[in-house]
Ligand binder design. Structure first.
Ligand code: FPP
Length: 240
C-alpha cells in the first residue's frame, strides 16, 4: 500500500525514466531477454497510467537508444514487436486521456512502426492528461548534432544571425521543443549513468537511482522518487 501522501508535497512537472534492467530480470529467471522486455513494457504502461492518475504532466521514457542497434537481431526485433503491439492498441492512449509523442530518429525504424507512431500521435493529440514521450532510436548527442546542423544551415542561408543563437534557439530544434525540462531523471537497474538520454534537457534535473530492475519498478517507486525530489534543495546554481 502506498504511504499517505503529504498534503504539501510538490509534484514534479516532468519525470524522465531510463527503463533499465529488463535483461537481468529475465536472466535471473532463466528466461530469454525478450521476456524481460515484455514484462518491462507492462511496467511502463502501469507507470504511465499511475503518473497520469496522480497529475504528473509529462513523462518521458527511454525505450530504445541509438546504441541499442548493436544488440542481437532477435532482441531488436522482440523490442520492435513489443512496441508494435503497444501502438496497435490505440485505446492505451484514448481511454486514459494520454497524449503520446515519440522522440528520436524514425528513419531507421520499420515503416509500419513509423505509420503507427504517427497515427498514435495524431489520434491522441487532443488528450488533456499526461503528455507521454517515448524515446525510440534516440540519442542525446545525436539530437544536439542534428539541432546544430539545422541552425548552421539557417545561418548559412541567412535566415538567422549566428550572433542570435541562444539556448532557446537550440532547445527549439530538439525533439522536446516546447516541453519543460525534466525535474527528475529516474534510473532503476543499479547503474548510475545518464547513458545519452536527454543530454541537454537534464542539465538541472535531480538524478534518482534505484537498485530495482525495471520490470519490478512500481508506482511505489514513483512515490519514493517524488519524496526524494521534495527533500532535495533546488537552487539552479544560485545562493539562496
Ligand atoms: C534496457 O534494459 C531496456 C531496453 C533497451 C528496452 C526497453 C524496452 C521496453 C521496456 C519495451 C518498450 C515498450 C514500450 C511499449 C515503450 P536492458 O535490456 O539493457 O537490461 P540489462 O541491463 O539488464 O541487460
Amino acid at each position: 500500500m502506498l504511504k499517505k501522501k503529504s498534503e504539501n508535497r510538490v509534484l514534479p512537472v516532468h519525470i524522465a525514466v531510463i527503463m533499465d534492467g529488463n535483461g537481468r530480470w529475465a536472466k535471473k529467471r532463466g528466461l530469454p531477454r525478450s521476456a524481460g522486455h515484455s514484462v518491462g513494457a507492462r511496467a511502463f504502461k502501469n507507470i504511465a497510467r499511475y503518473c497520469n492518475k496522480i497529475g504528473i504532466k509529462y513523462l518521458t521514457a527511454y525505450a530504445f537508444s541509438t546504441e541499442n542497434w548493436k544488440r542481437p537481431p532477435e532482441e531488436i526485433s522482440a523490442i520492435m514487436n513489443i512496441l508494435r503491439d503497444y501502438l496497435k492498441d490505440a485505446k492505451n492512449f484514448k481511454a486514459d486521456n494520454i497524449q503520446v509523442k515519440f522522440l528520436g530518429d524514425r528513419a531507421r525504424l520499420p515503416e509500419d512502426i513509423r505509420i503507427l507512431m504517427k497515427e498514435a500521435e495524431e489520434g491522441s493529440a487532443d488528450a488533456t492528461g499526461l503528455k507521454l514521450s517515448i524515446a525510440v532510436n534516440y540519442g542525446g548527442r545525436g539530437e544536439l548534432v542534428a539541432a546544430a546542423k539545422i541552425l548552421a544551415k539557417k545561418a548559412k542561408d541567412g535566415v538567422i544571425d549566428p550572433e542570435n543563437i541562444d539556448e532557446a534557439a537550440l532547445g527549439g530544434q530538439l525533439y522536446t521543443a516546447g516541453q519543460p525540462d525534466p525535474d527528475i531523471l529516474i534510473r532503476p537497474g543499479g547503474e548510475k549513468r545518464v547513458s545519452n538520454f536527454l543530454t541537454w534537457q537534464t542539465a538541472y534535473s535531480e538524478l534518482i537511482f534505484f537498485d530495482v530492475l525495471w520490470p519490478d519498478f512500481a508506482p511505489k517507486h514513483i512515490e519514493q522518487a517524488i519524496g526524494l525530489y521534495n527533500e532535495r534543495e533546488r537552487r539552479y546554481g544560485a545562493i539562496v
